[in-house]
Design a protein around this ligand. Structure first.
Ligand code: ASP
Length: 346
């Protein structure tokens, strides 16, 4: 007797049938090209400039035998919980309505799984929630209220994510945003002329060549409520393929989404590029895909974007549009290094 198919089994069966019919060619023709890269002698973690402590923690944990994704998330949590870091988690700068909305995504190379949350409010550590989506659901991306309810169901506490400092910055921005609004201007001492950005992408590989990646952010400050950037988009904010490496980004998310930069960088490495060259090549694509309103008179972008990458061998590198720095731990020590870049300062 046949068991009735569960919805999940049905979807799996039809998916296989569709895939089968579409693939009249031998499956090798569509398989990702195999690469054979030996694992590194020591664990490596590479991350954005605000992440010397996260890369140190991630490597410490990998040396103790922790899984690469657990190590990466424990690393970035240090910054998410730090009220002084206004680019991620608690103390992250809010949207234009003064509400902190957080984005995060992660991938676990060995199990080929991903998880993400977008526009999550009230929870300090979105990277942990993304990891729970990866681990306990059949989905990849949860957003807004649903993401919050999901987090609360696992015992996370809902908290006010504004610190006195981040609230003050938001109030100063709101007061000075325009001449025609109803807010009285405040002295320039607190003016937010630039649009602050910030994020953490952390990519980790252990001595077995197992790779994971995570990206977490409070997104662009003063964004339109509901906007999600590249960070929770698997393939943009970060991407990981255990046979090749991992990559991710910080900076203007919209420009990264346009090129699927995390994925593209990993694909460049698959074809043999070094991590640094792969990041540079992705940035060239970003420039090529940038609309004229975001280019200056010399064709250079008016925004910043940085990619970070590590391969299965433990080689790492980072590149940004304009000069910048990144953090890395090579299994021996943590260091801040210069990114390769496309253009000198605007
Ligand atoms: N990439 C983030 C976003 O667009 C912001 C940033 O890294 O500064 O949301």
């Amino acid at each position: 007797m046949h068991e009735p198919l569960s919805r999940r089994a049905f979807l799996g069966a039809t998916g296989a049938a569709v895939a089968g019919s579409a693939l009249a060619r031998p499956s090798a023709a569509v398989a990702a090209p195999a690469v054979h890269i030996p694992p590194p002698a020591r664990p490596v973690a590479i991350s954005s400039n605000n992440s010397l402590r996260p890369v140190t923690r991630a490597v410490e944990l990998m040396l103790q035998g922790a899984d690469t994704l657990d190590a990466a998330v424990e690393g970035v949590k240090i910054q998410e919980l730090d009220p002084a870091d206004d680019s991620v988690g608690y103390g992250g700068l809010p949207n234009e309505a003064g509400v902190v909305q957080l984005d995060a995504s992660c991938m676990h190379g060995p199990s080929k799984r991903a998880g993400a949350v977008g526009a999550l409010e009230g929870i300090k550590t979105p990277s942990e929630v993304a990891k729970l989506v990866l681990r306990y659901t059949n989905h990849i991306l949860l957003v807004g209220e649903g993401a919050k309810r999901f987090a609360l169901s696992y015992g996370f506490k809902e908290e006010d994510l504004l610190t006195p400092e981040s609230r003050q910055k938001w109030l100063a921005w709101r007061a000075n945003r325009g001449r025609e609004d109803d807010w009285l201007d405040v002295p320039q001492g607190e003016a937010m002329v630039a649009r602050p950005t910030g994020t953490i992408n952390l990519n980790a590989v252990n001595a077995k060549g197992e790779i994971s990646s995570v990206t977490t952010t409070s997104g662009l400050a003063w964004k339109i409520p509901g906007r999600v950037g590249d960070s929770p988009i698997v393939g943009a904010g970060q991407y990981c393929d255990n046979t090749v490496g991992a990559a991710g980004s910080t900076g203007r998310g919209e420009s990264n989404i346009m090129v699927c930069g995390g994925f593209l960088t990993v694909e460049h490495m698959r074809r043999g590029m070094s991590p640094t060259d792969a990041c540079l090549e992705t940035l060239r694509r970003v420039v090529a895909m940038t609309p004229p309103r975001l280019l200056d008179g010399q064709g250079r972008p008016t925004f910043g974007l940085t990619f970070y990458a590590v391969n299965r061998n433990g080689e790492y590198g980072a590149a940004s549009i304009f000069p910048g720095r990144y953090a890395v731990h090579d299994g021996r020590e943590a260091a801040a290094k210069d990114c390769a870049h496309l253009y000198e300062r605007r």
